[in-house]
Design a protein around this ligand. Structure first.
Ligand SMILES: Cc1ncc(C[n+]2csc(CCOP(=O)(O)OP(=O)(O)O)c2C)c(N)n1
Ligand SMILES: [Mg+2]
Length: 664
C-alpha cells in the first residue's frame, strides 16, 4: 500500500466513525470531522507529541478542538490512537447520558480532552492561554522539562466570534510561537455558504495581528505536513488556512451545510462508503488501519520516556517544585503566612478599600506562592492586582509574573482558563465587576470545568460614584451567583479580603470572583481568629446577648451600614445582630444546623446589599426586608448616591422599626 493510500484509509476511518456514530445517535455533526480528517490524521500521526498510554504527561503537546461540534473527530482520534478509556462502546454511545462521548467535548470525560469546547471561539482563547502557560513554565523550568506545542482546529464560526479577535491579537503580541491554528476553511456555516455573512480575509487578518499565516489544500497530506513543518520553526504563532470540503466523501451533502449538524441518513452514508471505498460495517475498523493508528500512537511513548529521564536527572529541588506546581498543591508555609498576616491586620485595623486590601493580600500571597500569574484588562491601577515587585511579562521575556492583557476581557478570561488547564500556574486577573459580563461565557466554562481561575473585580457597586450607571454593577452579583460552581466573594474589610483570597486559592476545583470596593471601608474584624470565618460563607459578625428582634445580613461595603443600623436599633431598644455573608455558595454548603443558626429566629430579617434583591430570599425569606437597588444607579459622589437610593443606616433602622410595629 502506498503512503497516500495508507493515509486515505486512516483518515477514512475517522470519517466512517463520525458518520456512523452520528447516525446511531440520531444527532450530531458529521460534516466537520469528515472535512478535517486529513488534517487531523497528519497532525496526530506525524506531529503531535501525545502518548495514548499516558495522556496526561505534563510535557505533551496540547490539542484543542475549538470547533467542539466536531467532537466525533476527537473521540475517533483518541479511540484509534488507543486511549484506553475511549472504547468502541463509548463511540457507539455517542451523545448518550453518562457516556464519555458527550455532544461537545467535556473536560474530564476522558484523557485527551484538554478543554470543554462548544461555545465557538472559547477553545481558541483557551489554546492561547495554554501556549502562554508553556512559555512561562519553560522560562521557569527550562526547555528540558517544558517544550511543547499547542495545536488548535478552529472553524469559520470560531474565527467569526469576537473573542477570536482578542485571543489572536494578544497571542500575536506575545509572539506565542508554539501555537498553531489549523483553520477549517470550508466556506460553510449553519445557514449556508459563508458568503451570506462574511467577506473578510482570515489570512490577512492573522498576518495583521502578527502571525505567520498561509493557505493550503486541507485534503493534501503533503501540503498539510509541509505547513506544519514550517510552523515548527516559526518565531511567530502560525495559522494555516486549510481549504476543506465539509462532509468530504458524502455524495450529495458534501460541501453543503446539510452535512453540518444532522445525521447523513442511510442512503447518503452508503454512498459515502462507496465514494471512500470503505467497505467495512459501522464501527468495524479493519486490522491494517487499526495497526497503522496504533503504530502512530506508539511514537509518543518514546518521547514521553525521554522526558521522564530528563525529569529524573533534574536537580532534586527543581523536580520537586515542578511536580508540586503540576499537582496544583499550594506551597508549604502559605497558610501560616496568611494567618500571620491576618493577625497583623486585626492589630493595625487599616481603613482601606477592599481593592487595596486585595493588593495587600496579594503582597503576601505572591511572595508565598510563586506560581501565581497576575494581570488586569488594562485597569491595573484600579484593580490593584499588581503586588509589590511583580515584574511584567513581555514578548521577549516570560520570566515576569504580571500580564497586561489589554482591553480584552473575554479573550483574557478564555486564556486564563487555558492557563489553569495547562497546569503549573495559578492565574488571576482583574477588571471592573460590571465587565464580568464581558468575561461571562469563559467564566461559565471555568465553572463547568472546575478550574482554579481567580478574578479581582473591583468597583463593585454604586460606591464607585461618578462614573455612573454604565460602570455601576447592579445585577452582576446575582448573575454571577447564578453560575453553578463559581464562588462569588464580597468581603467587608481587610481581614475578610485576606480570608476570601485564601479560600479562592485553596479551592482547587472552582473559579472565584472577589467583588471589591473602590471606596474605603473600616476594619470590622478587630479580633483575630485562627479560623477563617469566611470559609462558612456567612457568620455572626456582631452578635447580641439577648433574643434578637432584628437580624441584619449584609456583604462588603454594606456591612458598615449594617453595623451603624444596629447601633441605632440598639439605642431604640431593639436587640439586633449583624451577620456578614461574604460568600453565598459556601454558606449554602454548610450543614442545615449551621445555616439555621446563622439565619436565626429574630422576627425581622433585613438584608443590605447595594445590588438587586435576587438571591437574597434564600436567607431573608419572602417576607424579609431588602435595602438595595431596584434599578440602575446614577452618576454622582458615592455618599450622595447611597442617600439617593436609600441605602443608609437610618433607612434600615426605620424599615426594621416599622416592621416590628406592624408585627406587634
Ligand atoms: C457561541 C456560539 N454560537 C453559536 C453556536 C451554534 N453553532 C454551532 S456550529 C455553528 C457554526 C457552524 O459553522 P462553522 O463554525 O464554520 O462549522 P462547520 O459547519 O464548518 O463545521 C454555530 C452557529 C455555538 N456553538 N457557539
Ligand atoms: Mg465552516
Amino acid at each position: 500500500m502506498t503512503e497516500t493510500n495508507k493515509h486515505q484509509r486512516m483518515a477514512n476511518a475517522i470519517r466512517a466513525l463520525a458518520m456512523d456514530a452520528v447516525q446511531k445517535a440520531r444527532s450530531g455533526h458529521p460534516g466537520m470531522p469528515m472535512g478535517t480528517a486529513d488534517i487531523a490524521t497528519v497532525l496526530f500521526t506525524k506531529f503531535l507529541r501525545f502518548d495514548p498510554t499516558d495522556p496526561q504527561w505534563p510535557d505533551r503537546d496540547r490539542f484543542v478542538l475549538s470547533a467542539g461540534h466536531g467532537s466525533m473527530l476527537l473521540y475517533a482520534l483518541l479511540h484509534l490512537l488507543g486511549v484506553e478509556e475511549m472504547t468502541i462502546e463509548e463511540l457507539q454511545n455517542f451523545r448518550q447520558t453518562d457516556s464519555r462521548t458527550a455532544g461537545h467535548p467535556e473536560y474530564g470525560h476522558a484523557p485527551g480532552i484538554e478543554t470543554t469546547t462548544g461555545p465557538l471561539g472559547q477553545g481558541l482563547a483557551n489554546a492561547v492561554g495554554m501556549a502562554f502557560a508553556e512559555k512561562l513554565m519553560a522560562d521557569r523550568f527550562g526547555s528540558d522539562l517544558v517544550d511543547h506545542r499547542t495545536y488548535v482546529i478552529a472553524s469559520d464560526g470560531d474565527l467569526m466570534e469576537g473573542i477570536s479577535h482578542e485571543a489572536i491579537s494578544i497571542a500575536g503580541h506575545l509572539k506565542l510561537s508554539k501555537l498553531v491554528v489549523l483553520f477549517d476553511d470550508n466556506g460553510i456555516s449553519i445557514d449556508g455558504p459563508l458568503s451570506l455573512s462574511e467577506s473578510g480575509d482570515q489570512v490577512a487578518r492573522f498576518r495583521a495581528a502578527g502571525w505567520n499565516a498561509s493557505r493550503i489544500d486541507g485534503h493534501n497530506p503533503d501540503e498539510i505536513a509541509a505547513a506544519l513543518e514550517a510552523a515548527c520553526t516559526s518565531d511567530l504563532p502560525t495559522m494555516i488556512a486549510c481549504r476543506t470540503e465539509i462532509g468530504h466523501g458524502a455524495p450529495t451533502k458534501a460541501g453543503t451545510s446539510a452535512s453540518h449538524g444532522a445525521p447523513l441518513g442511510d442512503e447518503e452514508i452508503a454512498g459515502a462508503r462507496r465514494a471512500l471505498d470503505w467497505t467495512h460495517e459501522p464501527f468495524d475498523i479493519p486490522a491494517d488501519v487499526r495497526d497503522s493508528w496504533r503504530i502512530a500512537g506508539l511514537r509518543g511513548a518514546a518521547t514521553r520516556k525521554e522526558w521522564e529521564a530528563r525529569l529524573a536527572a533534574a536537580d532534586g529541588e527543581a523536580r520537586g517544585e515542578f511536580q508540586r506546581r503540576i499537582r496544583g498543591d499550594l506551597p508549604p508555609g502559605f497558610a501560616e503566612a496568611m494567618d500571620a498576616y491576618r493577625k497583623q491586620l486585626t492589630a493595625d485595623q487599616p481603613n482601606v478599600a477592599t481593592r487595596k486590601a486585595s493588593e495587600m493580600a496579594l503582597d503576601v500571597i505572591n511572595e508565598a506562592v510563586e506560581e501565581t500569574i497576575g494581570g488586569s484588562a488594562d485597569l491595573t491601577g484600579s484593580n490593584n492586582t499588581r503586588s509589590k515587585g511583580l515584574r511584567e511579562v513581555t514578548p521577549d521575556d516570560f520570566s515576569g509574573r504580571y500580564v497586561h492583557w489589554g482591553v480584552r476581557e473575554h479573550g483574557m478570561a478564555g486564556a486564563l482558563n487555558g492557563m489553569a488547564l495547562h497546569g503549573g500556574l495559578i492565574p488571576y486577573s482583574g477588571t471592573f465587576l460590571v465587565f464580568s459580563d464581558y468575561c461571562r461565557p469563559s467564566l461559565r466554562l471555568a465553572a463547568l470545568m472546575r478550574q482554579r481561575v481567580i478574578y479581582a473585580m473591583t468597583h463593585d457597586s454604586i460606591g464607585l460614584g461618578e462614573d455612573g450607571p454604565t460602570h455601576q454593577p447592579v445585577e452582576h452579583l446575582a448573575a454571577l451567583r447564578a453560575i453553578p460552581n463559581l464562588l462569588v466573594f464580597r468581603p467587608a474589610d481587610v481581614v475578610e479580603t485576606a480570608e476570601c483570597w485564601q479560600l479562592a486559592l485553596e479551592t482547587r476545583d472552582a473559579p472565584s470572583v472577589l467583588a471589591l470596593t473602590r471606596q474605603g471601608l473600616p476594619t470590622v474584624r478587630v479580633e483575630h481568629t485562627s479560623d477563617n470565618l469566611c470559609a462558612r460563607g456567612a457568620y455572626e459578625l456582631s452578635p447580641v446577648d439577648q433574643d434578637a428582634e432584628v437580624s441584619i445580613f449584609a456583604t462588603g461595603s454594606e456591612i458598615e451600614i449594617a453595623l451603624a443600623a444596629k447601633a441605632l436599633l440598639t439605642e431604640a431598644g431593639h436587640p439586633t445582630r449583624v451577620v456578614s455573608v461574604p460568600c453565598f455558595e459556601l454558606f449554602a454548603a454548610q450543614s442545615e444546623d449551621y445555616r439555621a443558626g446563622i439565619i436565626g429566629s429574630a422576627p425581622v430579617r433585613i438584608a443590605i446589599e447595594a445590588a438587586i434583591r435576587q438571591g437574597w430570599d434564600r436567607i431573608i425569606g419572602d417576607e424579609g426586608l431588602f435595602i438595595g437597588m431596584e434599578g440602575f444607579g446614577a452618576s454622582g459622589p458615592y455618599k450622595e448616591l447611597y442617600e439617593k437610593f436609600g441605602i443608609t443606616a437610618e433607612a434600615t433602622a426605620r424599615a426594621a422599626v416599622e416592621r416590628l410595629e406592624a408585627l406587634a
